[in-house]
Design a protein around this ligand. Structure first.
Ligand code: GLN
Length: 500
C-alpha cells in the first residue's frame, strides 16, 4: 500500500497508472489530497472553495467504472485545482471578486465539462487576482496566497492559487488562464510548469472574460508530461467559442514523451535580459542556454525590436477590452446588488454595486480602458496599440523563419515579498515583461523550472515560445530540458522546496 505522503508526491501519469492497475483507488488518492489541503491550506490559502463532497463523488464514480471493467482515460482519478475563473455548475465561482461572491453558476464551462468527461477529480476552486488582473494574487478580494517556497512571498498571479496548490502538493494538476502571463509567471516563481496554448486552442466558453482577444486557458503541472496530458484533455474545437480553432490538437503528449532538441534551432530573444533583470535569473537563464547547446540545439541570437513596446500596447488593449467585458456586471443579472431599497433607479443600483463590488485594480483598468476607447482618443491609444500588436506579430513571424523556438527568462525577478509592489502598479506590471508578446501574437509558450537564484534560493523559470499551432514543440523542447536538468540535479527542483 502506498502511504498518504507518497500519494501526494506522485505525478499525474503515475497516479493514473496506479489507479488503473488497482494499486490504489481514486477515493484514496482524493482523500489524501483533501487531507493535505486540510493540513496546509490555512497557511498557503491556495483555495477559495474546496468541493469535498463533489470530489469524493467523482472519485467514487471512477472507482465504480474500474470495477465494472470500463477503460479509464489517461487522467482518470487525478486530483486537480481549478482556477476560480471557470464556471462550475452548482459550485461557487467568484473570479476573486466580491462582485460575484455567492454566485452559483447554472452551467459548466466547456473546460470544466472536459475535465469531468476525462474523469479528472476537481478538488475545488483556486485563488486569483480579481478578474485575473494582477501578477501576485494580492488583488484577490479574499486575501493573498503564499508562495510555498516562502510564505511571505507572492506565488505569482493572476493564477497564484493554482501554482501554489501544485507546489505545496495539494493538487497534482491545476488549470490557469493566461492573458498576459498568468499561467507562466506563477509557474516560474513556484518552480512548476505552465503552458499558454495557442490562442483559440482551449475553449473560452464559461471562462469569465477579461480581455477576450488575449485570454487563454491552459494546463499547470509539476512535470512537462503531466502538463501535456492535461493539455490534450482540455484542448480542441468548441462550437460555443467563436474564436476556437477548428483543427486537430497538436500531438503534445507524444512530443512530451519524446523530448529531443538535436538539430533544433533555438533563438535567444536579445531584448529580454540585462538591465532590470535579477542577476541570479540571468545566471540560470544563461546556464539553460548552455545546457540546450550541450544536448544538441543550435543557439542563435534573435532581435525582436518591437517587444520593447509590448507592455505599453498590452496595458491599452487589455484594459480596453476589460472595460467592455466587465460592463455586464450591472447588478441586475448576477452577483452583488447594493442599494436596491425601492427608492433608487436601476442606474444608481448598478453604480453603487460596482463601486462596492470591484477592487481598486479593476476600477483602474475600467477607467483606463474607457478613456482609451473614447472618441477622440481611440486612434491615438487603442489604434496605436493595435498597430504595435501587428509589429510584434511580424517580429515573431520573422524570427520563426530562422528558428524553431524562442527562449527567454519567464520573469525578470524571482518571487517578490507580499506587499512590496502592492501600491506600485507599474512595478507590478513589469513582472509580465517577457510573457506579454506571446499573448499579443497569439502563439504558444511554456515556463518550466531552470534552477534557483543563488541570491535568494527561489525558483527561476525558463520560457519557451513556439509558433501558433506548434504547441507540440514546447513539449518536445521542454521535456528534453527537464530531463537534462533532472540528470544534473539528481531530482526535481520542487524537491528542494521547504516542507510545509
Ligand atoms: N499580470 C497581467 C495583468 O495584470 C496578466 C494577467 C493575466 O495573464 N491574466 O493584466
Amino acid at each position: 500500500m502506498t502511504g498518504t505522503t507518497d500519494l501526494i508526491k506522485l505525478t499525474a501519469a503515475e497516479t493514473a497508472a496506479k489507479i488503473a492497475s488497482g494499486e490504489v483507488t481514486a477515493v484514496q488518492v482524493t482523500e489524501a489530497h483533501l487531507a493535505r489541503i486540510a493540513a496546509v491550506d490555512e497557511k498557503v490559502h491556495a483555495f477559495l472553495h474546496v468541493d469535498r463532497e463533489g470530489a469524493l463523488a467523482q472519485a467514487r464514480a471512477v472507482d465504480d467504472k474500474r470495477a465494472r471493467g470500463e477503460k479509464l482515460g489517461p487522467l482518470a482519478g487525478v486530483p486537480l485545482a481549478l482556477k476560480d475563473i471557470f464556471t462550475t455548475k452548482g459550485v461557487p465561482t467568484t473570479v476573486g471578486s466580491k462582485l460575484l461572491e455567492g454566485w452559483i453558476p447554472p452551467y459548466d464551462a466547456t473546460l470544466t465539462q472536459r475535465l469531468k468527461a476525462a474523469d479528472v477529480i476537481i478538488l475545488g476552486k483556486t485563488n486569483m487576482d480579481e478578474f485575473a488582473m494582477g501578477s501576485s494574487t494580492e488583488n484577490s478580494a479574499y486575501g493573498p496566497t503564499g508562495n510555498p517556497w516562502d510564505l511571505t512571498r507572492i506565488p505569482g498571479g493572476s493564477g497564484g492559487g493554482s501554482s501554489a496548490a501544485l507546489a505545496s502538493y495539494q493538487a497534482v494538476l491545476a488549470i490557469g488562464t493566461d492573458t498576459g502571463g498568468s499561467i507562466r509567471q506563477p509557474a516560474a516563481v513556484t518552480g512548476t510548469v505552465g503552458v499558454k496554448p495557442t490562442y483559440g486552442g482551449v475553449s473560452r466558453y464559461g471562462m469569465v472574460a477579461f480581455s477576450s482577444s488575449l485570454d487563454q486557458g491552459g494546463p499547470c503541472a509539476r512535470t512537462v508530461l503531466d502538463a501535456a496530458l492535461l493539455h490534450e484533455a482540455i484542448a480542441g474545437y468548441d462550437p460555443l467559442d467563436s474564436t476556437s480553432i477548428d483543427a486537430p490538437v497538436p500531438s503534445v503528449v507524444e512530443a512530451a514523451r519524446n523530448g529531443n532538441v538535436a538539430g533544433l534551432r533555438v533563438g535567444v530573444v536579445k531584448e529580454f535580459g540585462g538591465e532590470g533583470y535579477q542577476a541570479g535569473v540571468m545566471q540560470r537563464f544563461n546556464e539553460s542556454v548552455e545546457l540546450l547547446r550541450e544536448i544538441g540545439a543550435e543557439i542563435v541570437e534573435i532581435s525582436c525590436p518591437s517587444f520593447d513596446l509590448a507592455l505599453a500596447a498590452y496595458y491599452l488593449i487589455a484594459p480596453s477590452e476589460c472595460s467592455s467585458n466587465l460592463a455586464r456586471f450591472d447588478a441586475m443579472r448576477y452577483g452583488l446588488r447594493v442599494g436596491d431599497d425601492g427608492t433608487r433607479s436601476a442606474e444608481d443600483v448598478t453604480a453603487l454595486s460596482r463601486e462596492a463590488g470591484f477592487g481598486d485594480e479593476v476600477k483602474r483598468r475600467i477607467m483606463l480602458g474607457t478613456y482609451a476607447l473614447s472618441s477622440g482618443y481611440y486612434d491615438a491609444y487603442y489604434g496605436s496599440a493595435q498597430k504595435v500588436r501587428t509589429l510584434i506579430t511580424r517580429d515573431f513571424e520573422k524570427a520563426f523563419e530562422s528558428v524553431d523556438v524562442l527562449i527567454s527568462p519567464t520573469t525578470p525577478t524571482t518571487a517578490f515579498p507580499i506587499g512590496e509592489r502592492a501600491d506600485d502598479p507599474m512595478a507590478m506590471y513589469l513582472a509580465d515583461l517577457c510573457t506579454i508578446p506571446s499573448n499579443l501574437a497569439g502563439n504558444a509558450a511554456m515556463s518550466l523550472p531552470c534552477g534557483l537564484a543563488p541570491e535568494d534560493g527561489l525558483p527561476v523559470g525558463l520560457q519557451i515560445i513556439a509558433p501558433a499551432m506548434a504547441d507540440d514543440r514546447l513539449y518536445r523542447v521542454g521535456a528534453a530540458v527537464e530531463a537534462a536538468f533532472i540528470a544534473r540535479w539528481g531530482h526535481r527542483l520542487l524537491e528542494e522546496a521547504p516542507s510545509l
